[in-house]
Design a protein around this ligand. Structure first.
Ligand code: ATR
Length: 281
């Protein structure tokens, strides 16, 4: 019996040992009967190490890779062709190599977030007032797909308000988008609040005013996930949000989109999200 030869994929970052992507892609491959390997690779952050590692992997016949912190901007600069959403994000999390030896780059984070909200949680973004917290790479990475859903408006709040203003300016042609300080959010009403700050990483909460009104009929979503409730999810539940979700579903959905781009088949995400939830318990 012939064993089919495997197509090789990587996830690269620093750190990388914690990554759930190898588990997720192994589940997708099992489910769709794709003959692939998918391994984590730690890359040093010294100058040039990322480019060297990617070029070596391509030379060995690698088919593609996922890129995570802190290399997404370097990946953006490295690839020959970029999708519109990657172009806007200024960051690439998925790379593929074609048969002519060219590399392409995409960013599946935003579509992952949108699919988790719309498909898995049944929450449309259309015509909604959306507040995004944070103005770093995480928020920039998801703005284009969010604006494609035609929300009523998008407000970006950040401690350093100038960063929010600069970011909003990059997307004004795609919809009603503006910047705000946290204090100016007082008394305002939103349908969906999305936390894209790294505050949860330090166990902190963005400085939201107490009388902001997401709430009673509003949604809160933390792009981070953890076994315990993140501080933002805890805040949302204490302030009466009707629904508060973390980013585990986004993680699986962004992976599913990368898998589809490489393999041309769409895996089912719900069973993989369930498996990950069990593993986190
Ligand atoms: P990432 O790529 O994860 O977005 P980043 O580019 O370093 O990382 O951006 C981190 C974001 O989280 C920034 O918007 C930062 O706010 P400032 O620009 O004002 O620093 C935000 N952030 C980090 N810790 C925070 C905290 N404790 N409260 C509120 N915002 C925080």
């Amino acid at each position: 019996m012939n064993t089919p030869s495997l197509d090789h994929y990587l996830v690269v970052g620093n750190p990388i040992a914690h990554s759930k992507s190898p588990f997720i892609h192994a589940e997708f491959a099992k489910q769709t009967q794709q003959a692939i390997s998918y391994e984590p690779l730690l890359i040093e952050t010294n100058n040039g190490a990322f480019t060297q590692a990617i070029q070596a992997f391509q030379a060995q016949g690698g088919k593609g890779l996922n890129v995570t912190v802190p290399f997404k901007q370097e990946a953006w600069a490295l690839v020959k062709q970029r999708s519109t959403r990657a172009e806007r994000a200024g960051a690439v999390n998925t790379i593929g190599f074609d048969n002519q030896g060219n590399s392409w780059g995409d960013n599946t984070d935003g579509i992952g977030l949108v699919r988790d909200l719309t498909k898995n949680h049944g929450k449309s973004l259309n015509n909604q007032r959306i507040l995004l917290l944070g103005a770093g790479g995480a928020v920039r990475g998801v703005l284009e797909p969010i604006l494609q859903e035609k929300p009523a408006c998008c407000v970006i709040a950040n401690r350093t308000v100038e960063k929010a203003q600069t970011l909003a300016r990059l997307f004004t042609d795609l919809g009603d988008i503006s910047a705000s300080s946290y204090t100016d959010l007082a008394g305002q009403q939103f349908d969906i609040i999305i936390n894209g700050t790294s505050a949860s990483l330090q166990g902190e909460l963005p400085p939201l005013p107490d009388d902001i009104i997401p709430l009673k009929r509003g949604w809160c979503y933390d792009m981070m996930y953890s076994a315990q409730r993140t501080p933002f999810i805890q805040w949302a539940l204490e302030h009466g949000a009707i629904c508060a979700r973390d980013g585990l579903g986004m993680l699986v959905e962004q992976a599913a989109e990368a898998f589809y781009l490489w393999r041309g088949v769409r895996p089912e995400t719900e069973p993989v999200i369930e498996l990950l939830k069990q593993r986190l318990r």
